[in-house]
Design a protein around this ligand. Structure first.
Ligand code: ZN
Length: 170
């Protein structure tokens, strides 16, 4: 296990800044402002945004697009090598993406805004946190590190008109 596996490193901060900038750029172009980045140690393997505006495919979440595109690469990695991977998302992954991430054998997820920061439209499993989903419903459990550069993530939700007016207490 790498140092900092369960905490946020300067590489994580850099990767998240890239992810959030990409989400903002997607939004500028009229796409959905949610982005995901896959890294191996400090190398970026893939970076993409939610493709719904382009494909009208409701399951084209940013994480799903990245996982599909990297599928062949991921299938060739050992379990140990997969521990060098981190998936970054500008928004807490939904149920579908959490399951897909765990099926792909990834172990570590870092995200910015929480689902609870968003409106009901953003919330996928009402009343469940990703921690609860992680424990009960995935092959994981995944190491989940949320709220990284959360204000920037919340600003993107606000730009999409999907920021909840008040933040519920945890
Ligand atoms: Zn998703």
């Amino acid at each position: 296990m790498q140092p900092g596996y369960n905490s946020i490193s300067s590489v994580d901060e850099k990767m998240m800044a890239r992810t959030l900038a990409y989400a903002n750029a997607a939004l500028d172009k009229g796409s959905v402002g949610i982005a995901a980045l896959l890294s191996r140690r400090d190398e970026i393997l893939d970076l993409e945004h939610n493709q719904f505006q382009e494909t009208r495919d409701a399951i084209d979440h940013a994480e799903m697009v990245v996982l599909r595109r990297m599928a062949r690469y991921l299938s060739q990695l050992s379990e140990e090598e997969k521990r060098e991977l981190t998936l970054y998302s500008s928004l807490e992954p939904c149920l579908m993406c959490m399951a897909a991430i765990s099926f792909a054998g990834l172990k570590r997820v870092v995200f910015s805004a929480y689902n609870a920061d968003g409106t009901d439209e953003v919330t996928v499993a009402r009343g469940l946190t990703s921690e609860q989903v992680n424990q009960a419903l995935t092959r994981g459990p995944l190491t989940l590190l949320g709220g990284v550069q959360r204000e920037e993530g919340r600003e993107i939700l606000a730009r999409m008109g999907k920021l909840r007016a008040s933040v519920p207490a945890d």
